[in-house]
Design a binder for this molecule. Structure first.
Ligand code: ADP
Ligand code: MG
Length: 234
């Protein structure tokens, strides 16, 4: 389990997160929802070691996560799929995937690469093509595939559905849930689209202006009309 406690993060005078606590159990997806600017990406970037926390702790299976370098956090088992599909357009699909998990042995990486291609057959078909030629949905699969190359214990996904057609979104989020349940990964899914996220998640956390305003079973959050009107705008 990934356990985040009392996390606060500031960008200079801007307080982006205040006293955020969230438990992310293995084997399921926990959704973080909230409006634009709520602090969702800051939470993910802090957990990935890209932003420094002012206060608080995060532990993966009891091992401290914060305060390490980003590459050491990946080695610890926390892998981020950043907002905006960070694949490298000039590299082929295969080259993009091989950039993940560089510290692992040749054999481990070859095994995982086969698994990723099994999981995403379309990537196997296009392995020699430049990432720039992929559709949005395919590029998102590539970004997730690259994170999987690190053999993550905890997968952080920052708005994987952004800009994708509804059918593709359903496919990708379904896959994220299957990954969590089948590989016993702790999944933390950030979405602005609450309905979609809460459908695949077991637990949910609502962020507003950097604070947790509600957390609990996803179904309970999804059916809370007052909360929806107040923070989620639908
Ligand atoms: N690099 C940055 N420098 C200064 N302020 C930032 C930076 N990144 C985000 N912020 C601010 O922090 C707050 C939270 O942003 P963010 O985590 O990106 O929210 P979300 O992902 O929920 O839209 C916002 O007020 C945003 O303007
Ligand atoms: Mg964001």
């Amino acid at each position: 389990m990934l356990r985040v406690s009392g996390l606060s993060v500031s960008y200079g005078p801007v307080k982006a997160l205040t006293d955020v606590s969230v438990d992310v159990p293995r084997g399921e997806v926990t959704a973080v929802i909230g409006a634009n600017g709520a602090g969702k990406s800051t939470l993910m970037r802090t957990l990935a070691g890209l932003v420094r926390a002012a206060e608080g702790t995060a532990e993966l299976d009891g091992e401290p996560v914060l305060g390490r370098r980003a590459e050491d956090i990946v080695r610890l088992g926390v892998s981020l799929v950043p907002e905006g599909r960070s694949t490298i357009p000039e590299l082929t699909v295969d080259e993009n995937l091989r950039l993940g998990g560089m510290w692992r042995t040749r054999h481990e990486r070859a095994t995982t690469l086969t698994q990723v291609y099994d999981l995403f057959p379309v990537l196997a078909q296009r392995r020699a093509m430049h990432a720039s030629t992929l559709s949005g949905g395919e590029r998102q699969q590539l970004a997730i595939g690259r994170a999987l190359m690190c053999a993550p214990q905890c997968l952080l996904l920052d708005e994987p559905s952004l800009g994708l057609a509804p059918l593709i979104v359903t496919q990708i989020l379904g896959l994220v849930r299957d990954l969590a349940t089948q590989a016993n990964v702790a999944g933390l899914l950030v979405e602005q689209n609450a309905v979609t996220a809460l459908r695949v998640a077991s637990q949910g956390v609502v962020l507003n202006l950097g604070r947790v305003v509600m957390s609990g079973p996803a179904a309970q959050i999804a059916s809370d009309e007052e909360l929806r009107h107040a923070y989620l705008g639908y």
